[in-house]
Design a binder for this molecule. Structure first.
Ligand code: G3P
Length: 248
């Protein structure tokens, strides 16, 4: 049985003060949930978020990391720092990082391996552009991204990753994929994982959907058989909206 995930990706939003207040507000309202709750925030907020979430069911994640443990990489953050502040998750290969910061499939693979080495679970993002969807290249694109991201992982390592299928045209546009379209691609992602590993391993890997998920459409998305969670941007920024997502 895969435990469903509701994860917020705050992107480059919120101050430390706002993040702490957010967690204090939502903590008592999500206590009884069966889903795994994750908040991914800018680096500078993470230590305080981890502190304030202690004793709750909220897990905290970063939005990126470097694949080297240390070195001359001005402005970067290493896995060692994420580990020492107790990060549970790290988003790897978000389309915004691929688009604006030159993140490559090769780097994604190195980062995934490094995160796993330190017991931080990577949330690996994949997804097609609108042009690729229109050209019916969605499957080819996500297959390639998944294959490259997990290259060289053992069954045990692969079972610890989370894949987030985020069609780029659905991110921040208010135009979510229909739940059945999202489920179809996610089913295909699981088939891809099965062909690389085994059905047993593929059944353990959670695959989320991301792209304009809101309190209004979360239930429909989560009810799809292959969708194990949602990675939410905009609608995760307001505490009451996030509570609704978690308690869908
Ligand atoms: O990582 C989450 C994301 O890219 C989706 O953003 O604002 O469409 O929910 P949004």
């Amino acid at each position: 049985m895969r435990i469903p995930i509701i994860a917020g990706n705050w992107k480059m939003n919120k101050t430390i003060k706002e993040a702490v207040a957010f967690i204090e507000e939502i903590k008592p309202q999500i206590e009884g949930t069966d889903v795994e709750v994750i908040l991914c925030a800018p680096f500078i907020l993470l230590k305080d978020m981890k502190e304030v979430s202690k004793g709750s069911n909220i897990k905290i994640g970063a939005q990126n990391m470097h694949f080297e443990e240390s070195g001359a990489y001005t402005g970067e953050v290493s896995v060692l720092n994420l580990k020492e502040i107790g990060m549970d998750y790290v988003i790897i290969g978000h389309s915004e990082r691929r688009q604006y910061f030159g993140e490559t499939d090769e780097n994604v693979n190195k980062k995934v391996k490094k995160a796993l080495e330190y017991d931080i679970n990577p949330i690996v993002c994949v997804g097609e552009t609108l042009e690729e969807r229109q050209a019916e290249k969605t499957r080819d694109k996500v297959k390639l991204q998944v294959e490259k991201a997990i290259e060289g992982l053992t069954h045990e390592q692969a079972s610890r990753i989370v894949v987030a299928y985020e069609p780029i045209w659905a991110i921040g546009t208010g135009m979510a994929a229909t739940s059945s379209d999202a489920n179809e691609v996610i089913e295909y992602i699981r088939q891809t994982l099965e062909s690389i590993y085994s059905s047993e391993t593929a059944e353990k890997i959670r695959v989320q959907y991301g792209g304009s998920v809101k309190p209004q459409n979360v239930e429909e998305i989560m009810n799809e058989p292959d969708i194990d969670g949602a990675l939410v941007g905009g609608a995760s920024l307001d505490p009451q909206s996030f509570v609704k997502l978690v308690n869908f």
